[in-house]
Each structure stands twice: as structure tokens, then as C-alpha cells.
Design a protein around this ligand. Structure first.
Ligand code: SAM
Length: 336
């Protein structure tokens, strides 16, 4: 981590700014030190990498995942190419097509969540120039170290952090694009993670996530039987229920033999909104808003307040008061 970089990170627990204390540095590279949050929590920097993992005791699924990839790091790259060869695909071509979705421009600030040994990171870096910046994070230090090795000599600003994808140590709206491939099924809280991906992306920025999940029409086929015998993760559900409300222009595709889903979306500001205030024609009347906020069918909120006052003064229940008022008004208007 470079001195000054601490201003771009946040405490993953509270979101507060971090102050840097340097124990050892080589020029402007901080090799060892501490990042301390306003809430008093401290995060160590060792060998130039900040450990911003939160919570201190990980969700059991994340702890299991960390331990698995800590063990796996040494041989991960030896076998990973088989994922693509199984479907006669060229890994670089396929990964580049996935990255195309993010429409990265050379000056963009890009986050890769779960960079692993950096197989996508190297391709993401090719989309940037010296004005852009690539942030790489993973929950497994040995995987991240493999990534650091792979990225040696890459001439684009890069910063690495050991952290939990479900508690990202970055400010709101910080990135133009967030990329994640291959780890989501091993996260403890997928809904929280996707919300975090949207939180750290600026409004109008893009998020892409992908992982194993066989489409429904292939489940139960011979093709599925063969693949799931080796990798049961193809049976994982699609994380559609877990998508954040900020997701707009959502697209869903399957890639790599059609058994890995890719979901990409543009980040919006909170829930979607609409043109809810025009008068709706027809006997029911009102607007979309008065039908919800009026609570009395189709009335404005201020009318509802008056009605409540009148009902209380009358000593009747709302049902009785409404029935009397509406009946009297209808009889009057009909001249009966
Ligand atoms: C199958 S590897 C994919 C690595 C890389 N994206 C690729 O495509 O080769 C899954 C990665 O997810 C990481 N991971 C698992 N749970 C995580 C979490 N909660 N936060 C961040 N990374 C996590 C693992 O450490 C591992 O590096």
C-alpha cells in the first residue's frame, strides 16, 4: 500500500476514515503499519498489504472458504484452465468477453472482488492506463499473493487488500465498475455482498457478477449429471432474490458451456421510482400515490388526516363513519 492510499479506504465495520501509522516503508510503499478507524479498530499492514477483513470472527462459510483457498492457492492455477477446456473455450477470449460488459474506460477506477490468483485482474488492467486504477481484493492471503506475483510489472496503478467481499473497505460510490467472478457461491451472505458491490459503485456505474449455476432447463439432463458429479456447485441457485434494489438494466446470461451465470447491472439511486402522480382514469380514480399513501381509497394524505379527525369526533369506527359519509354523499348526489 502506498502512503496516502489510506484516504481511499474505509473501516469495513463503521465506514469511517482511516489514519495510517507507518512502521516500515520503502520510498512511498508502506510495508508494515496500521490503519486505525475513528471507532478505534486497527487493521494491520504486512508485506505492503492491508488486512481489512471484517468481522474478526468470519461467518462459518467464509472461514471455510478462506481455509480452502489458503490451501488451494499453490495449485489453483494448475487446474483452473480445465474449466474452460471442458467446453472447448479459450479462457482469455471468454474472460475478455465478460469484462467487455463493464464498458471500462482507461481512466476508470475498477474493483475486482475475489481476484484470486489474478486471472481476470491481468485482463482488467489491460483496459486501464496510468490515469485509471485497479483495486484487487480477496479473503485469502495466499491467493492474493499469487495475484501480486502475476501483476508484477503491470504498468497500471494497483492496490491490494485482504478483505471480505461482504464488508468492503471502500467509500460509497467510489468505483466506476465492480467485477466479480467465481466466488459468490462461497460467500456467507450473498445478499449483503451484492448490496456492498452496489454501495461502492457510483450511480450509473456497472457491476458484473458470475459463478456456477446451471440454468433450469438443463437441470436433470445427462449433461447436468456429468458436470455436477465433479462440481456440485452447478446445482447452486441463481442469486436473483439477493439482488440489490439499486440494480437497473439487469441482464442475465449463461457463459462457459452455458453453466456459469453472469448478471450485470447499472447502479441506480435507491429503489426505482416512476411517474406516480397523474390522475388515473376510471371509476376508482386517484393517483398511484394517493392509492398507497391515502390509505382511504384514492384520497390525498391531507384528506385522510381530516377524515381521521372527523371519525374520532363522531365517536364512530372508521368503517361506520365511512359508510355513513359515503352513503349520505351518494344519496345527495343522486337526488334520492
Ligand atoms: C474460484 S476462486 C475465483 C478466483 C478468480 N476470480 C478467478 O476467476 O479465477 C474464488 C475466490 O473467491 C474468494 N472468496 C471466497 N469468499 C470470499 C469473500 N467472502 N470475500 C472475498 N473473496 C472471497 C476465494 O478466496 C477465491 O480466491
Amino acid at each position: 500500500m502506498k502512503a496516502g492510499e489510506e484516504k481511499n479506504y474505509r473501516c469495513p465495520e463503521t465506514g469511517s476514515e482511516l489514519t495510517l501509522e507507518i512502521d516500515c516503508q520503502d520510498q512511498d510503499n508502506v510495508l508494515a503499519g496500521w490503519l486505525t478507524s475513528a471507532c478505534g479498530r486497527s487493521y494491520a499492514i504486512n508485506n505492503g498489504i492491508a488486512d481489512l477483513t471484517f468481522p474478526p470472527v468470519l461467518h462459518p462459510t467464509e472461514q471455510k472458504s478462506r481455509e480452502f483457498y489458503n490451501q488451494r492457492a499453490e495449485i489453483y492455477d494448475k487446474f483452473l484452465h480445465l474449466t474452460f477446456e471442458t467446453f472447448w473455450e479459450d479462457e482469455t477470449v471468454t474472460r475478455n468477453k465478460m469484462i467487455d460488459t463493464l464498458e471500462i474506460e482507461p481512466h476508470h477506477r475498477v474493483l475486482e472482488v475475489s481476484c484470486g490468483s489474478g486471472r481476470d485482474s491481468a485482463l482488467l488492467a489491460q483496459r486501464l492506463d496510468a490515469t485509471g486504477k485497479l483495486y484487487l481484493q480477496d479473503i485469502s492471503l495466499p491467493m492474493l499473493e499469487k495475484c501480486v506475483e502475476r501483476m508484477d510489472g503491470v504498468n497500471v496503478p494497483i492496490d491490494y487488500s485482504l478483505s471480505n467481499g461482504s464488508y468492503l473497505p471502500f467509500p460509497d460510490g467510489y468505483f466506476d465498475a465492480v467485477y466479480h467472478f467465481g466466488g459468490l457461491g462461497e460467500f456467507g451472505d450473498i445478499k449483503r455482498a451484492l448490496k456492498e458491490f452496489a454501495r461502492v459503485t457510483k450511480i450509473g456505474g456497472r457491476v458484473l457478477v458470475g459463478d456456477e449455476s446451471m440454468p433450469p432447463w438443463l437441470r436433470g439432463t445427462r449433461f447436468a449429471q456429468i458436470l455436477t458429479a465433479t462440481n456440485p456447485q452447478f446445482n447452486a441457485p441463481l442469486p436473483l432474490q439477493e439482488m440489490p434494489v439499486e440494480a437497473r438494466e439487469v441482464r442475465l446470461r449463461w457463459v462457459i458451456g452455458g453453466v456459469f451465470y453472469l448478471i450485470d447491472f447499472v447502479v441506480g439511486d435507491g429503489e426505482p421510482t416512476g411517474n406516480f402522480n397523474y390522475e388515473i382514469p376510471g371509476p376508482r380514480g386517484g393517483t398511484h400515490m394517493t392509492r398507497v399513501d391515502g390509505q382511504l381509497e384514492g384520497v390525498k394524505p391531507e384528506t385522510k388526516t381530516l377524515a381521521l379527525e372527523a371519525m374520532q369526533k363522531s365517536g364512530k369506527s372508521m368503517h361506520a363513519w365511512l359508510d355513513d359519509v359515503v352513503k349520505a354523499a351518494a344519496l345527495r348526489d343522486l337526488g334520492k
